[in-house]
Design a protein. Structure first.
Length: 590
């Protein structure tokens, strides 16, 4: 290690190059090459043996470009390059390889590497060009991002308060509603109208009115989490979009908190006007069918708050016996009949291990075979069941049927076959859930380690200690636990270390963007690395293309499910697929 100034005569500030290579001979070669150039600006060369030393170095001093020696390839070094992109996203990485490899080169592009140099063909010119090019490119990229961010800021934010404007709020709301439909989550809209703003504005003047609005914006902003969106919709109307709503009460708690903050005196001056607001809350999907409906209900709730005397919070309530309440209870009744009448069925989506080219398990997915509407997907009816006790009966039935079916497949000669069963957060709450799982295993004769319970990150947020105890008991039975849709919720990485889980299911949203968005590729590669470091299995969901499959395979995640291998099908169809996997091509493609 050590630094040396090369071509010190240059006037411009030298570019600092940090080489990560465990081979001293190669380091000497690069040093000599850099010394032999007359590039302006010159290069300041430094060398470390490992990436972690390089990170230490990066913390101490600025580095303009990282030159990473990929050695023999093997993909491990590419992982290092992507790790560098995560730890030091502003420092461009140039890869140095021993042998020319097209696949490696392409993957390098995907993880965001900015240059690729073949050692045997390296020359002072090629080296200088690559390093300067990487640095310039990176700077342009950063500047472009800053400019883009500024433009976005102007178009999407309210100038007075800095909160989102109406347009951005609508955009975010639409995206959030779509995500809720996908993940069967819930969200809330809080709609604010300041009380008496007009009088304040009229009596104190527009400037004072603006200052007041700015202050309200600040106070609202100070109550929000990063994932929430605060907006000024216009005039004295504000709104908050609250996503990943774990508990319905949380929306009301936040509204009360904002109201408290608004009440704080404006100044020590006793005559200063008091601020208050009327706040209406509506939830999706509970109170509304879509975005427009949701905004309408939150607005209506705000009027209820005003009518009840202002300076208060109102939750949207259906008119007693109104159309929505009636629809909910009718659906609930129909669903109960469906469960009792055998209209609910399970379909099974194969989980494959691409490194072995085999089906290794399946996920049980619920369907409603509706006599009139045909096959109805769970997103359409499970949220209704989850609002009542019905989910407990449905969940119990799913668990028993899926375990019985898995035991049947095992008996047909697939002894290690593993069945994944989705569990709703509500199911996880009652004390006897563990007992129910144990009884089901005894009844069906399924080996506990062949059952994997899938929980979403949402379920983990409830009552931390009790959840941990439940997990420990389930693990005590030998049952496996997976985190479903990993990456879409809070996913505190530190939390993972504490949780006794076995598997992370990488959410479709990451897989979908894998081949097109380097950031997603990097996140996914990092999730896989982290999971493996914690001794967890990963299963990638929603794999639809060969390209996605190959990328995931290269990250070391070989278990996958998705339309590429097949959708969820009736049990008999899956039985036939065991004999004749429809993805026979897999061994060759991989
Ligand atoms: P999930 O557990 O994440 O299940 C994966 C969903 O992705 C399934 O949707 C599946 O059909 C779909 N999928 C699979 N491969 C692909 C692909 O390549 N591309 C795309 N675009 N989609 C793919 P489905 O069956 O509509 O289920 C939705 C969600 O409903 C499930 O998400 C799960 O959270 C829940 N769910 C399903 N069955 C049950 C159940 O028995 N109990 C509980 N509590 N929840 C269930
Ligand atoms: Mg699942
Ligand atoms: Mg999932």
């Amino acid at each position: 290690m050590g630094a040396s100034e090369t071509a010190g005569k240059a006037a411009a500030v030298a570019h600092r190059v940090l080489l990560v290579s465990d081979r001293d001979a190669d380091a000497e070669l690069i040093r000599a090459l850099l010394e032999s150039t007359n590039a302006d600006p010159a290069f300041h060369f430094d060398h470390t043996h490992t990436l972690s030393q390089a990170f230490e170095n990066l913390e101490r001093s600025e580095v303009d470009v990282l030159l990473v020696d990929a050695g023999e390839g093997e993909g491990r070094e590419l992982a290092e390059a992507s790790q560098a992109r995560v730890r030091a996203p502003l420092v461009p990485v140039v890869l140095l390889v021993d042998t020319d490899d097209e696949v490696l080169a392409l993957r390098a592009v995907e993880v965001g590497v900015r240059g690729y140099l073949l050692k045997s063909a390296i020359s002072p010119g090629a080296l200088t060009w690559s390093l300067h090019h990487a640095i310039r490119n990176q700077r342009m990229f950063v500047e472009l991002n800053i400019a883009r961010e500024r433009a976005r800021q102007l178009a999407s934010y309210d100038e007075l308060t800095g909160l989102a404007n109406r347009m951005l709020f609508h955009d975010r709301l639409e995206q959030a509603v779509a995500a809720v439909r996908r993940n069967r989550d819930r969200l809330a809209v809080l709609f604010f109208d300041l009380d008496n703003f007009k009088q304040i504005n009229d009596s104190l003047g527009h400037l004072a009115g603006d200052a007041l609005l700015r202050l309200v914006g600040q106070r609202i902003g100070s109550c929000l989490r990063k994932s929430d969106t605060g907006a000024r919709l216009g005039g004295d109307e504000f709104a908050i979009l609250l996503t990943h709503l774990d508990d319905e009460e949380d929306a009301e708690k936040l509204a009360a908190k904002v109201l408290d903050r608004l009440h704080e005196p404006l100044s020590s001056d006793a005559d200063s006007p008091a601020i208050s607001a009327s706040i209406g809350i509506a939830l999706f999907p509970r109170d509304a069918n879509d975005t427009e409906d949701l905004l309408r209900q939150s607005d209506a709730a705000m009027y209820q708050a005003k009518a009840a005397g202002r300076d208060r919070v109102a939750r949207w309530k259906p008119e007693p016996g109104g159309p929505r309440a009636a629809m909910h209870s009718a659906l609930d009744r129909r669903l109960r009949e469906a469960l009792e009448g055998g209209e609910l069925v399970l379909h099974y989506q194969p989980v494959v291990d691409v490194s072995r080219g085999r089906i290794v398990g399946a996920e049980a997915l619920l369907r409603w075979r509706h006599p009139k509407h045909g096959l109805v997907l769970p997103g359409e009816f499970l949220p209704i069941a989850e609002n009542t006790q019905l989910i407990l009966s449905i969940g119990g039935w799913v668990l028993r049927s899926a375990c019985a079916q898995a035991a049947r497949w095992q008996a047909l000669g697939h002894p290690g076959f593993r069945i994944a069963v989705n569990v709703s957060p509500q199911q996880f709450q009652p004390e006897d859930f563990v007992r129910q799982v144990r009884a089901t295993l005894v009844e069906t004769g399924l080996r506990p380690d062949c059952l994997e319970l899938e929980l979403t990150e949402r379920s983990l947020l409830h009552d931390g200690e009790r959840t941990l105890a439940q997990f420990a008991m389930l693990r005590g039975l030998g049952v496996r636990i997976a985190i479903d849709d990993f990456g879409t919720g809070y996913s505190a990485l530190a939390y993972l270390k504490r949780l006794p889980v076995d598997t992370l299911k990488i959410d479709q949203s990451f897989v979908r963007a894998l081949a097109t968005d380097p950031a997603d590729a990097t996140i996914t590669a990092t999730i896989v690395q982290m999971a493996h470091a914690l001794n967890l299995t990963t299963i990638a969901e929603g794999v639809e293309t060969v390209e996605q499959m190959q990328l995931l395979g290269s990250f070391g995640s070989s278990r996958m499910q998705g339309y590429l291998f097949g959708p969820a099908v009736e049990p008999d169809v899956l039985t036939r697929q065991f004999e004749e996997p429809p993805f026979w091509w897999l061994r060759d493609a991989h």
